[in-house]
Ligand binder design. Structure first.
Ligand SMILES: Cc1cc2nc3c(=O)[nH]c(=O)nc-3n(C[C@H](O)[C@H](O)[C@H](O)COP(=O)(O)OP(=O)(O)OC[C@H]3O[C@@H](n4cnc5c(N)ncnc54)[C@H](O)[C@@H]3O)c2cc1C
Length: 672
């Protein structure tokens, strides 16, 4: 399909019939998701501006390129892309252009296997803003913003990713020259993973252990020049390269980096928080937590991206399921559309619902992030732990659910979902990486659990609780009020909170028992950590269900759309309850009979959503160029497109491949 839907496109008949069945206006949904008709128009204009640019199109599918060619193509496209982005920005465009073209749907349509410039915008620039002094910002921001330099963020090392205090790169201050000397003392101290580091970036924010006056003050960020600005050759003492091929994101140019007595001026340490004075005196940061700022910002963006990628996967899977006919439901009758199998609906619709859950929760967390940062500017750090705990567990649950969701969507497309031209493999590659980067998911859940353990103690001690853990008070008092189960979201939300509180309480008790039994707190923590990670997940699910339901309730949309969104929020709530039914039976007032009636409710919801499924994904309004999928295009011409894609294989360009003469024929004729 083209960027603008032409009237003369001949669509597959089944998909056309689906569109006629829709009970609401998909355009209203599009406007809601974009934030209004004007925003939709702006987005589409932007998509047209970029996607109609011939230089940004693939001449042959990327999968047929070598690793080196993929990278070179990615750099070519990234330069064209950001030239166009800069032109738009200079005409008064807002920051949303960067979001859309970097990590958003548009960006992943143009650079399908990752963008070697992403780290420059997503980590290098924000770190300078977040951790640089006003003078440092004045010096570096202009250069970085105008792409006079390209930066990356080098934190992870070969030996340490999660445990950043264990990083081994050193930065020793030399007061005589007022320079830091950077070194990689061991093999495991080599930086490993930073995007764009391999052959693209010429500068980096490097995280290293700061030593001054013979004392190590822990990790701090430094701006380091990696490559000469003219020749792009590595600077003296810099050992640099690319780490090799990966499951996905093969064009992001992830790199390694080592230092051999690399000297940088004192002013290159980012000193908004901690400082080193000329004579080497160390001035501590007012709060260690200030350095969390950039990380949290990125996590919120990750949530928004997960919602986008899952919307892409569900659009492909739902449209394909409407076109595909297979087997028979009743003997002798025509083959049904596979979307009519309840098991298929069970694969697709909870993921359709999750797209909205992720979106609404990303917006909610974004608003909270903005409030807390405003409070931070005023010196008020009170809500920082709550925000940090939320961003950790929500990032973990959303990325894990999105990866599982994309994989389920791929499976729902049968064999054709395994083809790269379905786009499912590349979407999965992008999404599953997010479970590891920006905080490994289990580790993040355990960070939230640490907060929840403290919150539990506060609730037990009768202290005032912040809103997102206020439900613990009820669990402490044991006063649940009069209770009879009804199949309503209000009841379900309460049950989710009971589960989270029950699991948190159980962890606190198990920790306590172990410690009282003579086990040291650290070992008790490790021994309880499976349950601790699960209690953080339960907390995230309680929040996500609550915020999804609340967001839909507050929407000012037509009754027809409201009904659909309500069904989706109910499905999301019921689906996850049934997935975790053991927990609900153990910790909430839900009984076995209630589970049976909830199962029925879920089946009803699946059948209610069924006629609107294609309308809902049409409402996501992801154009064919962005979907880039033979299975998911608007016109539903799946089989024609699969053939078109196969014809692009270089192997089909010649009737007989050279290997026949070289190997196959001698083998066949050898009379073994
Ligand atoms: C696609 C991609 C892009 C990346 N980009 C960058 C980048 O631009 N810049 C950068 O600096 N880094 C980057 N990284 C690195 C990334 O930040 C790390 O991989 C991540 O922080 C996890 O660290 P690790 O790989 O050392 O895993 P590990 O920490 O070694 O984790 C391995 C296992 O150990 C477990 N584990 C570790 N610690 C604990 C604990 N305390 N308790 C319980 N279990 C634990 C984990 O749960 C996991 O199962 C990238 C990674 C990927 C995959």
């Amino acid at each position: 399909m083209v960027l603008k839907k032409a009237d003369n496109i001949k669509c597959n008949e089944d998909i056309e019939r689906e569109r006629k069945k829709c009970s609401f206006d998909p355009l209203e949904l599009t406007h809601l998701l974009d934030g209004g008709p004007e925003k939709t128009r702006e987005r589409k204009e932007r998509e047209y501006y970029f996607l109609s640019e011939p230089e940004l199109r693939d001449t042959i599918p990327q999968d047929y390129l070598s690793h080196k060619e993929k990278y070179e193509e990615a750099v070519r496209k990234a330069c064209t892309l950001f030239r166009k982005v800069t032109q738009l920005r200079d005409k008064g465009g807002d920051l949303e252009i960067f979001r859309q073209t970097l990590s958003g749907m548009l960006g992943s349509a143009i650079l399908k296997d990752g963008n070697p410039f992403t780290l420059h915008y997503v980590m290098f620039l924000p770190t300078i803003v977040g951790q640089g002094t006003v003078e440092q910002q004045a010096e570096w921001m202009g250069k970085a913003w105008n792409c006079d330099i390209i930066g990356t963020y080098a934190q992870t090392e070969l030996g340490h990713g999660t445990f950043i205090r264990g990083l081994e790169t050193t930065a020793h201050y030399d007061p005589k020259t007022q320079e830091f000397i950077l070194n990689s003392p061991t093999l495991t101290s080599y930086k490993w993973w930073p995007g764009g580091l391999g052959q693209t970036a010429n500068f980096a924010v490097v995280v290293a252990q700061l030593h001054t006056k013979g004392v190590c003050h822990g990790i701090h960020p430094f701006i380091v020049q990696l490559r000469d600005e003219e020749t792009h050759k590595p600077m003296p003492g810099i050992k640099i390269g690319e780490i090799g091929t990966k499951l996905g994101m093969n064009a992001t140019n992830n790199g390694y980096l080592g230092f051999d007595n690399v000297r940088i001026p004192r002013e290159h340490m980012l000193m908004k928080n901690a400082q080193v004075l000329e004579d080497g005196t160390y001035v501590k940061s007012p709060s260690d937590k200030l350095t969390y700022g950039t990380m949290m910002f990125v996590r919120v963006i990750i949530l928004q991206d997960m919602a986008g990628y899952l919307s892409k996967a569900t659009t492909i899977a739902v449209r394909y399921s409407a076109v595909r006919r297979q087997s028979e439901l009743k003997p002798g009758e025509p083959e049904p559309q596979i979307i009519d199998y309840l098991t298929q609906q069970y694969k697709l619709f909870p993921n359709l619902a999750a797209c909205f859950a992720l979106r609404f929760n990303a917006t909610w967390l974004w608003n909270m992030y903005n409030c807390v940062t405003a409070e931070l500017e005023e010196g008020d750090l009170d809500r920082l732990p709550e925000l940090h705990a939320l961003s950790c567990c929500m990032k973990a649950v959303c990325t894990a659910d999105a990866a599982q969701g994309v994989e389920t969507c791929r499976l729902s497309c049968g064999g054709h979902g395994y083809m790269t031209c379905s786009s499912m493999p590349s979407i999965y590659g992008l999404v599953t990486a997010a479970s590891t980067y920006e905080g490994e998911n289990t580790v993040l859940l355990l960070q939230t659990a640490r907060y929840l353990m403290k919150a539990w103690q506060q609730a037990v001690g009768g202290m005032t609780m912040t809103p997102t853990v206020a439900y613990l008070k009820q669990a402490v008092s044991g006063n649940n009020g009069p209770w009879s189960w009804e199949n309503t979201t209000a009841c379900i939300i309460r049950a989710y909170q009971q589960v989270a509180a029950g699991k948190i309480k159980m962890c606190a008790e198990n920790m306590d028992k172990r410690i009282r039994g003579g086990i040291c707190p650290e070992d008790a923590w490790n021994m309880t950590s499976v349950e601790l990670a699960q209690c953080a997940e339960a907390h995230a699910r309680a929040i996500m269900v609550d915020k999804f339901v609340e967001s839909v309730l507050e929407l000012n949309v037509s009754p027809a759309l409201k009904t659909v969104l309500t069904q989706l929020s109910e499905l999301y709530a019921v689906y996850w309850l049934l997935q975790k039914s053991g927990d609900f039976l153990m910790f909430s007032d839900v009984t076995a009979q209630d589970i049976a009636s909830l199962q029925k409710w879920m089946e009803v919801l699946l059948s209610e959503i069924r006629p609107n499924a294609v309308g809902i994904v049409d409402g996501f309004d992801i154009c064919d160029e962005i979907l880039s999928s033979a299975l998911g295009s608007y016109d539903g011409r799946v089989y024609e497109r699969l053939f078109e894609e196969a014809s692009k294989s270089p192997l089909n360009k010649e009737p007989v491949n050279v290997s026949f003469h070289k190997y196959l024929k001698p083998f066949l004729k050898a009379s073994l």
